[in-house]
Design a binder for this molecule. Structure first.
Ligand code: SAM
Ligand code: SF4
Length: 318
């Protein structure tokens, strides 16, 4: 369905948990966070009710994220139930990939179309530092497996942080020569732990494009990423530039948090609680419709550099 600015809203991102098996430096504090109580978190049957309601209003793509969605027992069941909603054409997961190798076959058989794996470095020691303890070989194995079983297109999310991993841009770009993957460089956003790192400045997508003229724009229908390719490359390189080139005008997404609130915009304060309408489908659809229609026009990160979100990235899911 269209919001009041005429944008076609067909994509729902669902954060299933605020828990995670990593503590990435720009996302979670070292000492961990105050976690939600289990009883406050949506159960899978409630998630399905909400996804269904969204599907009646034109949502065709669903992405499950977190925290880390793959730490949840029975995640393949959730995928299976989502697959049964016939108007949902695309089901994806954003994951750090640590548990994907073991789960990939079951997820694929349950109906998962594709995954985005977050990987900010290709160096084992650096990966340990950025994630505070992660084992990169598990992610490499997961990537191989995802490619093998056709969880495609496979996208790798790379958040660039000045002085931390900006010396690896070339290595990531050249991975797309050999592998049919999409590298997505994401500008660091000043939210949560990211605020501290953001003070160093952020890597603008335009600067990378100037440094790598071999990247040539390609036709695509992605609403938020600008897509490029190197000559003869099997994969592609995407740039997600919420700051330097914001894409609010074409934003097609709504977000659902794990406690049952809708966030129509990642960086706006506004949240609409729908948990209380869970068992009245008509009312649920009415509230969701109003939330979609009133989706804010844009975020104001560029003007004041501050995210207005009341929640952190590990609670929203990116
Ligand atoms: N745990 C999963 C993962 O890491 O893929 C899913 C949740 S994580 C919050 C989703 C995405 O948000 C990841 O790609 C992560 O790198 C990104 N992210 C977290 N904090 C960010 C920030 N301050 N700016 C930009 N991206 C961020
Ligand atoms: Fe966990 Fe993902 Fe945040 Fe890293 S980015 S701490 S993996 S939620």
């Amino acid at each position: 369905m269209k919001d009041k600015y005429g944008r076609n809203i067909d994509y729902l991102r669902v954060s299933l948990t605020d828990r995670c098996n990593l503590r990435c430096i720009y996302c979670m504090p070292k000492e961990g966070v105050n976690l939600l109580r289990h009883e406050d978190v949506l159960r899978f049957n409630e998630v399905i009710k909400i996804v269904k309601a969204f599907s009646y209003l034109g949502i065709k793509k669903v992405r499950y994220t977190g925290g880390e969605p793959l730490i949840l027992k029975g995640i393949e069941e959730l995928i299976f139930e989502t697959r049964k909603i016939s108007s949902i054409k695309d089901i994806s997961i954003t994951t750090n990939g640590l548990l994907l190798y073991e789960l990939a076959d079951d997820l694929k058989n349950a109906g998962l179309n594709r995954v985005n794996i977050s990987l900010d470095t290709l160096k084992p020691d650096r990966y340990k530092e950025i994630t505070r303890g992660g084992e990169i070989n598990k992610v490499f194995k997961a990537i191989e497996k995802a490619l093998k079983i056709g969880l495609a297109p496979l996208k790798l999310n790379v958040v660039l942080v000045k002085g931390i991993n900006d010396d690896e841009i070339k290595d990531f770009i050249y991975l797309t020569k050999e592998f049919p993957i999409e590298i997505r460089f994401i500008e660091l956003m000043p939210i949560g732990e990211g605020k501290e790192y953001f003070k160093r400045g952020y890597i603008k997508s335009q600067d990378i494009l100037e440094e790598f003229p071999e990247l040539k724009p390609i036709d695509h229908n992605n609403k938020i990423a600008d897509m490029y390719k190197i000559n003869g490359g099997r994969g592609a390189v995407g740039f997600i530039s919420p700051l330097s080139c914001k894409f609010c005008e074409t934003c097609n997404r709504m977000r659902l948090t794990s406690i049952g609130t809708i966030k129509p915009c990642l960086h706006s304060q506004e949240e609409i609680s729908i948990k209380e309408f869970m068992y009245d489908e008509e009312q649920l659809i009415r509230v969701i419709r109003a939330a979609v229609i009133n989706k804010p026009l844009e975020h104001l990160l560029n003007s004041d550099g501050i995210s207005k979100s009341k929640r952190q990235m590990y609670q929203i899911g990116g």
